[in-house]
Design a protein around this ligand. Structure first.
Ligand code: FAD
Length: 317
């Protein structure tokens, strides 16, 4: 069996999970086995059944409220117990925040080989070889998994979501819900926008915007588009924007459908966090800005002139 960890937040299955499910079910077909999912925490039955749309035949659900709040240690113990009892041979995660926290722990727990940042289905013609990103996605490595149980953490947007139609059978399971060494006592949510890791649309600003007083430009465009906002590292370092908005090698890695970069030069450390975006639009007054090489669309111009016009145009759509 290929087991896919279907991740929820606030009772909603995360978008990145749909891609992991698509990948896991294609992999199961390749291996001639079944694809099944495990979900921890409260999620309504209709949402669980709907996971069948991404190729899984069965969803194992532990609705214990102890799982509602993500805890990497508790989740690892529960998934390890389920994977062992179900005899899962391959366990698939999305390389999102929770996947990155659980997959390595599970690898240690099950003594299973792990490939993180996988970007393609394994080549099983001679062993089990998975292609992955290395050096901030500047190169690829082919990694052979030698253990009986194998773990793959899929790089977001690398495989795509493939809807197949159909519904999954839902089975209630009861898994260990202890083992946590920390307790989350309160969660303070950033309101207003979708968390960056899950955002489909992101508008991001860099030092070219000169100062925090000009961020209305970014926010107005983001609001018109229904996008989340991000920024380059110097912007967060200068406290123009909160640190959770900083994307790049040392910040968040995101993979939206659309990334609009305003007044950002496109240093490799920035690109490392955003180069998995499906479409990149760059607005920069310097035609030699390196970001244009990574852009699908580019506007050479002064952000203070271009962005308000773009915002007005988007509002009319
Ligand atoms: P700048 O490089 O100053 O670029 C500003 C851009 O705005 C220029 O291209 C300019 O032409 C343009 N501009 C100026 N005025 C206008 C205008 N009116 N209209 C339109 N365009 C205009 N950076 C990150 O972002 N994320 C990271 O995670 C990260 N990690 C790093 C890790 C390490 C170890 C190191 C060494 C660096 C890291 N950096 C990171 C920093 C990175 O190298 C760059 O310095 C940084 O990304 C530059 O930010 P910027 O593009 O906003 O600013």
């Amino acid at each position: 069996m290929v087991l896919i960890f279907a991740d929820q937040a606030d009772g909603q299955i995360k978008k990145s999970t749909f891609e992991a499910l698509s990948y896991g079910s294609k992999l199961a077909a390749q291996l001639g086995t079944t694809a099944e999912a495990v979900v921890l925490g409260a999620v309504d039955n209709a949402s669980l059944e709907a996971l069948g749309n991404y190729g899984v035949s069965k969803v194992h659900h532990d609705a214990n409220a102890a799982f509602n709040q993500f805890d990497a240690q508790v989740y690892t113990k529960a998934i390890a117990a389920f994977a062992t009892q179900a005899g899962a041979k391959v366990i698939v995660f999305s390389s999102n925040t929770s996947g990155k926290a659980v997959a390595p722990r599970l690898s240690a727990n099950l003594k299973a080989g792990l490939v993180s940042g996988a970007i393609a289905l394994p080549d099983t013609s001679n062993g089990f070889v998975v292609k992955k990103n290395v050096f901030s996605a500047k190169a690829y490595a082919n990694v052979q998994l030698l253990t009986d149980v194998k773990i793959i953490a899929l790089s977001p947007n690398a495989f795509g979501i493939h809807a197949t139609g159909g519904t999954a059978a839902v089975a209630a399971v009861s898994l260990p819900a202890d083992g946590g060494k920390i307790k989350v006592t309160a969660v303070e949510k950033v309101t207003g926008t979708v968390p960056l890791g899950e955002a489909e649309l992101v508008v991001s600003g860099g030092r070219g915007l000169k100062g925090p007083e000009n961020w209305g430009l970014v926010e107005d465009l983001a609001k018109a588009m229904g996008a989340s906002t991000a920024c380059s590292r110097p912007v967060a370092d200068a406290h123009w924007r909160p640190h959770h908005e900083h994307v790049g090698q040392t910040g968040g890695a995101i993979a939206p459908n659309l990334y609009v970069a305003i007044g950002i030069s496109g240093a490799i450390q920035h690109l490392a966090g955003v180069n998995r975006s499906k479409t990149i639009v760059v607005i920069n007054k310097d035609p030699e800005a390196p970001f244009f090489k990574a852009a699908d669309y580019g506007i050479v111009g002064d952000a203070f002139e271009v962005v308000p016009k773009l915002t007005e145009a988007v509002k009319k759509l």
